[in-house]
Design a protein around this ligand. Sequence first.
Ligand code: SF4
Length: 237
Amino acid sequence: MEQRERAWTIYNRLIERFGRPEFDGCGEPVDELIATILSANTNDANSGRAFDQLKARFGDDWDAVRLAPLEAIKEAIRPAGMYNQKAPAIVNTLERIKADRGNYDLSHLATMDAAAALAYLTRLPGVGHKTASIVILFCFNGATFPVDTHIQRISQRLGISSRKASPAAVKADWESLLPPETFYALHINLIRHGRRICQALNPRCDSCPLQSECDFFRGAGAWRQNERPGDTTPARI
Ligand code: SF4
């Protein structure tokens, strides 16, 4: 099956299994940005707790966060881990936005195309490509496809991307195969699929709707049968 057709099949099967997530926007884009910075290298529960504590301590006053002693921010965001790096990243990002805009309103990004919005956000200190993509997709339904570890792993197993593909390569693969209006639902459903079925160590292939499209399941492409996760048999070279 041609790769584009395969991508559509995957998209549609995930909709059948998990439903069609409808884009409903975010609250304040700057909130989404800070929450996403906090989410690096931790789970949603921990980053959510850190964000809630930051809000409980400083309210909606991002000036107060920007001007607060770093130790107070670290204390508030401690549940997110890496607070020694994340606290200065947040402050530096807020400083840059304030200097650029005079406030913390990022709604101007809605009027930019995705490439320009990505370029603006990734110039902010502490904001990488994944964080910027998440803000653009979740706040503006922009034409960018963020790739997390679930999406990277699943895309490699399916054969949509090469076995060693970087997140940037996986992003480029999906963006070349499907139109932007699919990105929001696809992103959410691939993460659901990764959490519930195509798990890192023991994928539940028996109940997977993507079997027929999966190189890993069929032992095709770059995947050999004896290299499935959970299979301890050493690979034959
Ligand atoms: S068949 Fe298995 S490895 Fe392939 S996508 Fe489904 S759960 Fe993942």
